[in-house]
Design a protein around this ligand. Structure first.
Ligand SMILES: Nc1nc2c(c(=O)[nH]1)N[C@H]1C(S)=C(S)[C@@H](COP(=O)(O)O)O[C@H]1N2
Ligand SMILES: [Mo]
Length: 309
């Protein structure tokens, strides 16, 4: 096991002041069109997804423009910079691709991405997304409920948690050489959170296959939790009886808990979580409890959410 001193840990990189300064520069650049000129091929990178049905899961907020959704990303396997993954992740090979679903289930299986794309009706869902760093977006995802996939492998009664492991391939991902996180990027949910109808396996956005920088070919989306819970480019899903260790919790356990529900009343130790900046907008918005997804509150009935942050 790699033991690191707090001084070696870089989560402190994600302090909001830098982010805001970074964002302002970014928005200015987009306004001037310099990125669009530099990277013309990214403007319409994706293949259209066929047979996408509408759904009731659509927030009324306007969607964040495609250019921000696909050019302001956190994908540390490629870079800790927000603008670099759009270009750097173009080297990610998303075919062939399989997801292995294993652990405490009756029917463990490995499923290829082609089958995952036709596995269940693909729905468009417009979700509010909130990064722990203090910015937010509204993203029209395309995907299917994780519950549909989990039911197929028949979880055993002893399964209480779900662990998600994402690709960590040094050859394709320059960021794996850095020790900012203990790779692979691992995340986890309680089984009832994973089975909640809002929990989505996303395979696309804006009607197209996921751009690599957004987690192609398949990633997790949990809209009432901070964005880092949604692992990108998932290769393994494991049913467990114990709470899995997660990458951010291992990096800084006092800053990133297992639950990581969006909660304006529980501040990050280094900054307030009461407000957020919606990318593409000016000024600040109030952050909503559970990111506005009140229907998940029963999952946490009786829990102290300050302790279980
Ligand atoms: N594998 C992997 N998944 C990841 C990350 C990452 O660095 N690596 N970043 C997370 C964070 S902090 C956020 S906010 C979201 C960003 O997703 P987006 O770029 O599609 O908006 O992805 C999450 N999933
Ligand atoms: Mo994030």
């Amino acid at each position: 096991m790699l033991i690191r001193k707090p001084a070696d840990i870089i989560p402190s990189e994600i302090t909001p002041p830098e982010i805001y300064a970074d964002r302002r520069r970014f928005v200015e650049k987009l306004g001037l069109g310099s990125i669009a000129l530099a990277l013309p091929s990214l403007a319409s990178a994706g293949n259209k997804l066929a047979g996408v049905v509408s759904s009731n899961y659509k927030v009324p907020d306007p969607s964040t423009p495609y250019k921000y959704v696909t050019r302001y990303n956190n994908y540390y396997e490629f870079s800790t910079d927000k603008e670099e993954p759009a270009e750097a992740a173009q080297t990610l090979k998303t075919r062939p691709w399989t997801v292995s679903i294993e652990g405490l289930c009756a029917k463990p299986q490995t499923i290829g991405i082609e089958d995952l794309l036709k596995f269940a009706p693909l729905e468009e869902r417009i979700y509010r997304m909130r990064c722990v760093e203090g910015w937010s977006m509204v993203i029209p995802w395309v995907g299917f409920p994780l519950a549909t996939l989990l039911k197929r492998v028949e979880p055993l009664g002893s399964a209480k948690f779900v662990e998600f492991t994402t690709l960590a391939d040094r050859k394709q991902m320059p960021g794996i050489g850095s020790r900012v996180l203990d790779w692979p990027y691992v995340e986890g949910l309680r089984l009832d959170e994973a089975m909640h109808p809002l929990t989505l396996m996303a395979v696309g956005l804006y009607g197209e296959e996921l751009p690599n920088q957004n987690g192609a070919p398949i990633r997790l989306v949990v809209p009432w939790k901070y964005g880092f819970k949604g692992g990108k480019s998932i290769v393994r899903i494991r049913l467990l009886d114990k709470m899995p260790g997660t990458a951010w919790n291992k990096a800084a356990s006092h800053e990133y808990g297992f639950y990581s529900n969006v909660n304006p009343e529980v501040d990050h130790p280094r900054w307030s979580q009461a407000t957020e900046r919606r990318i593409g907008e000016f000024g600040k918005r109030k952050t909503l409890m559970f990111n506005g997804y009140d229907e998940v509150a029963p999952l946490y009935a009786g829990m102290d959410l300050k302790k279980n942050f």
